[in-house]
Design a protein around this ligand. Sequence first.
Ligand SMILES: [Fe+2]
Ligand SMILES: [Fe+2]
Length: 181
Amino acid sequence: MSQKPFLTDVQTLRKRARQHIDEGAVTAGYEADRETVLKLLNDSLATEIVCVLRYRRHHFMAKGPASKSIADEFLVHSNEEQGHADQIAERIVQLGGEPNFAPDGLVSRSHAEYVEGTSLEDMIKEDLVAERIAIDSYREIIQYLGEKDPTTRRMMEGILAVEEEHADDMADLLGGMSAKT
Ligand SMILES: [Fe+2]
Ligand SMILES: [Fe+2]
């Protein structure tokens, strides 16, 4: 033990792992405040679900000569947001919580908003705004998690990177549209 001052010895690790086995992936070494992390993750789950629904609505409602490829892109984003929702729900369960899929209160739990938008340009703008909100709130969550829960942090970093791509895609579409008018 004295040769490895930074590592917990195997016996202690094994003993700890056997205690509270019902806590699943949450071990005694888990340093974050679990309740807070679960709350943050459920809010993020609501954000993702709202984004799934908003992009899907936009996919079906996109009209006009330039709309086909944009409608396709909305669908791609909607499906990616669904993937994020699934990742987050899975992590919530790993941490011993329950993913909240209740439609009641969904919008108030979500960081981003559900805005239908009338024109194609409106839709893209609203999607860009929603992505920017998600980016800011996920960045804060990542900072909060820091070294306390690196697994959740890495997951959120992966999701954040995709939201940044989404925002970039929407900004490009918006730029393309204003160039034409
Ligand atoms: Fe997402
Ligand atoms: Fe996104």
